[in-house]
Design a protein around this ligand. Structure first.
Ligand code: BJW
Ligand code: ZN
Length: 281
């Protein structure tokens, strides 16, 4: 820990790459752990355009179920620690003038919510200009995007349920009932042109968001915190190795050993809602 603290205090450009394990303590299931199955489907098999084309009704039920869960979830101590760390005057273990950027694969919005909670407390009252950069590379579960080729209208939508036909379908999951086949016309539609809308997340085969910015940050980072990710999905999986290649340090926070954690200079094994506050809080 003391060696990690020394590295932290001498780092100028710090990034964190976070994954589903960050939100596990908020009650949101990870993709590859227990709960990574939704009904009989592997969650990852539903995160593709092919799955959506095959059954928009099934994929929308999957995302409706997760939207309802995310709407009720609260940030945990790991989100709050990262949010506090993103505010320069609350970040007392690092050099003045250092930067911090949170790059998250999560779509649940809990990192943004944590920052909003910190910003609204007294902790911010005497602060200089708040500085927070959260890059949600796999999009947001509360965004909806038009599938119409000439439209592609995107908007935030936190309605619960997102449309009447999906109401109550989340309860069927627990009951193990057959999934209803909801007609296309009753699924979420674009508010501008009326075409079928899709969840505003990044599926396999699609290009993650903010990649130019992320590659620039990776190139200049001298410390990379890798939090609660299995590091199996590209390009996020190899960003820490790129930091390492140009001489930066890597600290991994995970309950378990994870893929590529051999690049870590520091390995904090345990729930990140405990290890992160100890290390950077
Ligand atoms: C705890 C904990 C606690 C639990 N505390 N820890 C190169 C090689 C091979 C394949 C590819 C490649 N490049 C691209 C690909 C294809 C593909 C890919 O990676 N496939 C793999 C399966 C091999 N990648 C893509 O298609 C990506 N696009 C792309 O690369 O475009 C090209 C391009 C890139 C850059 C510039 C220009 C062009 C897109 C990937 C999109 C992934 N989308 C999903 C779904 C999002 C929507 C949704 O949420 O439904 O994103 S898939 C899913 O996996 C989701 C997650 O963000 C992502 C990562 O999962 P994560 O977060 O790591 O979760 P888990 O469950 O795997 O792990 C949880 C971890 O937490 C575990 O380790 C636990 O131990 C730990 N944990 N509790 C600490 N309390
Ligand atoms: Zn549209």
């Amino acid at each position: 820990m003391s060696l990690f603290r020394q590295t932290l205090s001498s780092s100028k450009h710090i990034i964190a790459i976070t994954g589903a394990g960050l939100s596990a303590a908020s009650g949101i299931p990870t993709f590859r752990g227990a709960g990574g199955m939704w009904r009989k489907y592997d969650a990852l098999m539903l995160a593709t355009m092919a799955a959506f084309r095959d059954s928009p009704s099934r994929v929308w039920q999957f995302y409706h179920y997760r939207r309802e869960m995310a709407l009720k979830a609260q940030p945990n101590d790991a989100h709050m620690t990262l949010a506090r760390f993103s505010i320069p005057h609350l970040r007392d273990k690092v050099a003045p003038g250092s930067t911090f950027t949170l790059i998250t694969q999560n779509v649940d919005g809990l990192s943004t919510k944590a920052f909003e909670l910190i910003s609204s407390t007294q902790e911010m009252a005497s602060a200089e200009e708040p500085h927070s950069t959260i890059l949600e590379m796999h999009g947001r579960i509360f965004d909806v995007v038009c599938t119409g080729y000439n439209c592609r209208y995107r908007e935030e939508n936190r309605d619960s349920p997102i449309c009447p036909a999906l109401q109550g379908t989340e309860a069927l999951v627990e009951a193990g009932a057959m999934e209803p086949d909801i007609p296309l016309s009753d699924l979420p539609r674009c508010r501008k042109c009326g075409e079928l809308a899709r969840p505003g997340v990044v599926w396999f085969g699609e290009v993650p968001h903010h990649m130019d910015e992320i590659f620039r940050l990776v190139d200049e980072a001298d410390l990379c915190l890798v939090v609660g990710t299995s590091s199996t999905v590209h390009p996020a999986a190899t960003l820490a190795s790129k930091v390492k290649e140009h001489g930066g340090k890597v600290a991994v926070f995970n309950v378990d050993r994870s893929k590529r954690d051999e690049v870590a200079d520091f390995l904090f094994l345990g729930p990140c809602e405990k290890t992160l506050p100890e290390a950077i809080g």
